[in-house]
Design a protein around this ligand. Sequence first.
Ligand code: TPP
Length: 623
Amino acid sequence: MKHMGTMLMREGPFEEIVMGNTALVRAMIEAGTRVVTSYPGSPTPEIATAIRSIPRGDRPFYFEFSTNEKVATEVAFGAAINGHLSTVFFKSVGLNVASDTFVQLSYMNILGGMVVVLGDDPGANSSQNEQDNRHFAHMSYTPVLEPSNPLEVYLFYKEAASLARRYHMPIILRLTTHVCHAKEKVAFSAFTPLQPDDTPRFNVVGGPQIPLTEEALGKKREALRKLEEVGRTANESNLNQLVDNRNRRRGIITMGLPYLSLMDVLEKVSEKPDILKLGFVHPVPRKIVEAFVKSHDEVKILEELDDILEKDVKSLAYDAGLKTRILGKTDPETWIGEYTADKVQDVLNDTWPDMLGARHPAAVLPEVVLARPPQMCPGCGHRSAFHAIKKALSGQDITVADIGCHTLGYLPPYEMGQVMMCMGASPGIGSGLSLFNTSRKVVVFMGDSTFFHAGLPGILNAVFNQHPITLILMENGTTAMTGHQDHAAVGENFNGPTDKVPVRKVLEGLGVKHIYEVDTYQQSRLTERVETAVNNPEFSVVIARHPCMLKFTREARRKPGYQAKQVHIDQKLCNQTHTCVAAFGCPTFTRHTDGKVTINPDLCIGDGSCLQTCPTRAIEKPG
Ligand SMILES: Cc1ncc(C[n+]2csc(CCOP(=O)(O)OP(=O)(O)O)c2C)c(N)n1
């Protein structure tokens, strides 16, 4: 880690094998970015990991994890209108949360320039949907640059920063999961640390930035003008590349990961189509695209997710009166999933069946590799919570999940969480479910990071509108799902210690009258508290607390004298009821074909939360 930080701050040029997310941080340093903000979400958290690897005193920019993506965008915007180049990054659905602020950015005169780095997630590898944020770019008149590998992440960020500065506007750098996580050798340039200029530059010259009524229309005009200027720049940019295979019959317009997959697929093809790889994907470089379309009989648009480029190219070709056949998306499957080489091969076979020759069989995993469902870690406090809460509820009760590690409670053996949408949605959904529903209790779950991120309005609404639901706040002291980032109740932020914002006091401040607090390892107590809470006719909250044990054990392991502990099974006492495996479900327990249960020493952390689950007390304390 320290090595990474030293490498990123090197002043001379160097080459290194890095992830897209790491290359981005070097680009920020070289570009002179002063303020960077974020809220964690895959595929972007490793950007913060790379930033953290630079010792705080050496970091050439300020970084913070804000409480959510909207606030992160506002902090970056505020810094940028004070003249500092800023960047905000977050995952695909983060833009939904940030959108109320984000859609205004292009209307504003952003003095220092602002780069919005989006981690889109084709394939929904770690997201609840597969949204294509190019739609937001169109809607908000914001240009988009899209790299396809770590080298391009580095180069494209620097270009985005330069455009943002030149035109005082937001520029989107659209990454996707593959691009963030791919690794390759990148040649970085030298960078000269500049003496930072901290003169406050925010002023109201040129009019206050208040987009209201007439003002809003003028600002929209200005946004459209800047977009057009960037479009002209796009036509001259070497971020767009032409691969001339001297094939005037067939051409392909593509970008990002589909381009890399295409190059793989075409390796053994004799009649290769010409390829136009776009770096500027919004606005499309009209002159270049028009010339490419015009010079081919057929042009295939190869793009992941939605048909956005296809629509752009078709409308442009129509306006220019071109006769070229433009081939876009066909069946719904072409809208779904990552454009890996297998996928691109299938898409091209459907487009031009004669081009690829024999279809290569898609890579099939051997049957011995079993699918592994996601699961909670050994010792996870959420497991103890679900085990205990299940005992307090009847099969008729309704449970609403939220987003985080605790979402996994929907899986067997707990099966708690029958509906889920997005961060912080559970109290609102639960409130709706409770209407005209007197016979079934509604219990909703939420994590502590989500509580601060988007949970508060739904909770306040339940108080204000008197919805008789129970919220179980799964407080594990971290943002576990995305890699243990701090949040307001932790007592630490990215840059050092802070005051803890106590969850209970926040709840009291919101007007919640019935609050119960339990450590989730005290399972019978938790069962009892949940029974009381759900029988309360008013809105109630159970704070089900236990530190994230993955984080806890990782930290404990680093301490001198740490000794790993494990529980044991007294085989004489075990009568093979299998509660530990079938109802508690800790992955540490292995049930053998003869019914015997043993402990997997590679997994057990010796937390002992399982002891109370065994009806014959066969699980022994870690020794
Ligand atoms: C709008 C949005 N931003 C970020 C994410 C990524 N993400 C998934 S769960 C989660 C928070 C998890 O923390 P917490 O609520 O404390 O639950 P835990 O994982 O600790 O159980 C985040 C940030 C997301 N899904 N949606």
